[in-house]
Design a protein around this ligand. Structure first.
Ligand code: FAD
Length: 814
């Protein structure tokens, strides 16, 4: 460690010397950043890292994370050849299936591993046993094998990355505790340690389970809770000359194994999880002296896992236990990392590794270092972006309930459409009671209760998708879809994130941030994207000009922190001091009335002239409904004539009931979010975090129409102008409407894998299953036949011209 005195200035300060901090330091050095300091309050690796089990598995449910883990393996191989090798052993790994559903999961993973050139393959139970002879095959129906998975010594790994970082110019100071962090004009300015103050431009909080307390120094909430995680190591009993066993995961039994010297290391995810220092009232403070320490053995909670391990590896009941480890590890509410820049400029976090931080460290360090240097993520990191967490996660109660639920379900199969059950009901629309009384089946997004569909619209299962897509499917969705296309649907979209942007510089500011021209006059609504400097889509929303210098922005329920945070950052960095961004999500309810009869129905609830001449498409007006002044905006996300109606929350129930009453006799049906998804897929409307994200640009996503041709400048314009289009988002259809892609399936043309499905669903009007995929330009001609792999079997689909429904937009512009 550095013997020099603590510098008083550095460009970048990393807090935390576990695998996270050392990897960020290593990758910053690789990117040529030399003015970097890493601080740890104790020794390197003295947090969670020293007691890790060290398994490195690459395949995860998210393609980005899988790519990151593949980078980890590349890096660990590379480090193994240096003077400070981390004991990387490429022993391979086996995953067992004991149920048909788990076998489906394995086959699905093999399919999308193919799209990454990852060497995952299916093996028989017998082949699994040949690779791991200690195993009993009771109940095993199949398995997968990934030869390039491995194991590493976690402390040596951190030391190897620290050595690489130091060689690249990073200075490392241990026994240096960060006590506070200073900010100026919304940006970090310095850190105060027990050894002195360091002025800096960027801080990366790599504090692992300590990250929340570090973030509290700048009033940033990092929703991580230290959870107790346990494993044991047996006495040595194996032949020292035998080859190293592969790691073994038996998720249906909640257990994993790897060889440790001549014994076995065995751990798992208990169904009765236990937070260490947090409770339902308090955050997660960790004692000031908690370093290089473990928690007390908790055999009672481990019992189920121990029993399961003896069933799978009978030898476990014969051999002694050499050591039992109970170590705390930082978990997040959805088992994904917490990465990226927070609402405080220059304050980054890279923590919450949920017991896969050793596997992830290499990739985490790479993407976070790139993020720090570029100022924005260089790949789609939404699933790991700290900005995915909304305000609800400020609550310890909410956070802990979510984390406990996720920990306990760590090894479960997660089917599409699955809903979290803990900490519900959360936020409610003013019409919630009406929905509940009318058989609504609720889902949850960002702690909002939202109607998925109404059970009383259910009929028969004739259209039920095969396999996983059918698990949480309901025939009510088809009924609600059809009612919207044929008559009208009323959707409660009160959870939409809403903000008012105002101030003398607001028009100039928004036209700088948005790719479309959003300053078209009071009463006009514009659909736009906000791009990053690489031309990737940071946000996708509508902007309504409500005054000369006032705008109303509507974005998706889950994107409030992300999208409005992006606006705050551009305001701060662009020096737009006369702009105010006020989040008003909970002040207004939103009801969308959509369908050919929308004008007739709304006309019964208001005396405003709704004719096309007086109230054209993409215009917004204040009108009266049931004695309440509401904002009605004529637009659609389902491809029908319609209005979104924004009403003060206090009058929300009254307005909802007035609209329902106006629809009597007109075939109006209250509808849920699942129907919206089916309708918008058919119409080809994009969803951020679905078909579009920071890694895709509007041209390849088919959104070129929403880019202003006349504006001279906006963020991302130059990058777009200089980019060469190599791929395009295309719509695929399958004649069998029950053959529904879920996303990530490989797409093959003429026998070669050319891409993977992004999203999928059912189109009940066109009576086909639908998928969207980015494909190389040469493979995007409508009419081209494609093969898509569903759980190990290939089905044929076809590329279709878009949109699949109402290409003339005749239904919208009535
Ligand atoms: C029992 C167990 C088994 C595991 N098994 C595996 C496995 O098999 N595979 C896998 O991939 N992952 C595994 N993990 C997870 C993995 O160990 C962690 O994800 C990883 O070590 C976390 O690293 P980190 O750098 O984020 O945090 P840490 O290692 O905890 O580092 C954080 C550092 O921040 C420092 N710090 C805190 N506050 C301050 C301050 N104010 N000032 C300065 N420094 C500060 C601390 O001293 C600490 O050194 C396991 C975890 C546990 C508990």
């Amino acid at each position: 460690m550095s013997k020099s005195p603590l510098p008083t200035r550095a460009k970048i300060v990393i807090i935390g010397g576990g695998v996270g901090g050392t990897s960020v330091a290593f990758h910053l050095a690789e990117l040529g950043e030399k003015d970097v300091i890493l601080l740890d309050r104790n020794e390197l690796t003295s947090g969670s890292t020293f007691h890790s089990a060290g398994l490195v598995g690459q395949l995860r449910a998210d393609p980005t994370l899988t790519k990151m883990n593949m980078h980890s393996v590349d890096l660990y191989r590379r480090l193994q050849k240096t003077d400070t090798p981390p004991s990387w052993r490429e022993c391979g790994s086996i995953k067992l299936a004991t149920t048909p559903e788990r076998m489906e999961e394995i086959r699905r993973q093999i399919g999308w591993a193919r799209t990454f050139n990852l060497d995952l393959k299916e093996i028989s139970p017998k082949e699994a046993q040949e690779l791991f002879p200690l195993m009993d095959l009771d109940g095993v129906i199949g398995a997968s094998y990934l030869a390039s998975d491995g194991q590493v010594d976690p402390s040596q790994l951190a030391m190897a990355m620290a050595a690489g970082a130091r060689a690249g110019g990073v200075q490392i100071f241990t026994h240096t505790r960060v006590l506070s962090i200073q900010t100026e004009k919304g940006r970090v300015k310095s850190v105060t340690t027990d050894k002195g103050v360091i002025e800096c431009e960027v801080i990366v909080n790599c504090g692992g389970m300590y990250a929340p307390s570090i973030a509290r120094m700048v009033d940033v909430r990092v929703p991580i809770v230290p959870m107790s995680h346990q494993y044991l190591i047996t006495d040595n009993f194996m032949d020292p000359s035998a080859p190293l066993l592969p790691s073994l995961r038996d998720p249906d039994s909640l257990i994993y194994f790897r060889q440790e010297v001549q014994g076995l290391l065995m751990g798992g995810y208990e169904r009765n999880s236990k937070a260490w220092s947090a409770d339902y009232q308090n955050f997660d403070d960790i004692p000031a002296n908690f370093n290089n320490q473990l928690l007390g053995e908790d055999w009672d909670r481990f019992e189920e896992i121990a029993v399961n391990s003896q069933r799978r590896v009978p030898k476990m009941s014969e051999i002694g236990v050499k050591s039992f480890i109970n170590g705390p590890e930082g978990f997040t509410p959805d088992n994904e990392f917490c990465l990226g820049e927070t609402e405080v400029g220059g304050f980054f976090v890279a923590a919450g590794f949920c017991a896969h931080g050793i596997a992830g460290a290499g990739g985490i360090g790479k993407v976070v270092a790139e993020w720090v240097v570029a100022g924005e993520p260089t790949m789609d990191l939404w699933h790991m972006d700290i900005k995915r967490f909304g305000a609800s996660y400020r609550s310890p109660d909410f956070t802990l309930k979510r984390i406990s639920e996720n920990y306990e379900a760590y090894y479960d199969i997660h089917y599409p459409g699955e809903e979290r059950q803990s900490a519900r009901p959360g936020k409610k629309s003013p019409a919630y009671d009406w929905h509940a009384a009318n058989t609504a089946v609720f889902g949850e997004k960002s702690s909002w209760e939202r109607v998925n569909y109404y059970a009383n619209h259910e009929s028969d299962d004739a259209l039920k998708p095969y396999g996983w897509a059918g698990k949480h499917w309901s025939s009510a969705v088809a009924a609600e879809h059809r009612a919207t296309r044929e008559n009208a649907g009323l959707f409660d979209e009160s959870s939409f994130a809403k903000a008012i942007v105002s101030g003398a510089q607001a028009p100039e500011f928004l036209n700088w941030v948005c790719a479309n021209d959003v300053v078209k006059g009071v009463g006009r609504t514009v659909y736009t994207q906000a791009l990053n400097t690489r031309g990737g889509i940071e946000s996708d929303y509508t902007v309504t000009q409500t005054g000369e210098t006032e705008f109303f922005i509507i974005t998706g329920t889950a994107f409030s922190t992300h999208d409005f945070g992006w606006l705050e950052k551009q305001k701060r960095e662009g020096g737009f001091n006369d702009v105010t961004i006020k989040v008003v999500t909970e002040e207004f309810a939103c009801f969308a009335l959509m369908g050919p009869k929308a004008r007739t129905i709304l006309g019964k609830a208001t005396d405003y002239d709704l004719s096309h001449a007086n109230f054209p498409f993409m215009h917004s007006r204040e009108i009266n409904i049931a004695g309440t002044k509401v904002r009605a905006t004529r637009l659609t996300y389902v491809g029908e004539l319609g209005w979104e109606i924004y009403t003060p929350v206090a009058d929300g129930k009254k307005v909802w009931e007035a609209l329902i009453a106006a629809g009597a006799g007109e075939g109006l049906m209250p509808c849920g979010y699942r129907a919206i998804d089916s309708l918008r897929l058919e119409k080809g409307y994009r969803a951020w975090a679905g078909e579009i994200n920071t890694e895709t640009n509007p041209i390849e996503a088919g959104l070129g129409f929403a880019i202003s041709k006349k504006k001279e400048k906006f963020i991302g314009k130059d990058a777009l102008a200089n980019s060469k289009q190599t791929r395009k988002l295309v719509a695929l259809t399958f004649d069998d409407i029950r053959q529904v892609p879920l996303g990530n399936e490989p797409v093959r043309i003429n026998g070669s894998v050319v891409g993977r499905v992004k999203s999928g669903g059912q189109g009940y009007t066109i009576n086909k299953a639908i998928g969207y995929a980015y494909l190389p330009m040469e493979h995007t001609t409508p009419g081209t036949t494609v093969d898509v792999e569903f759980f190990g079997t290939w089905a044929t689909g076809v590329i279709c011209a878009e949109p699949l429904f109402d290409p003339e937009n005749a239904k919208i512009k009535l």
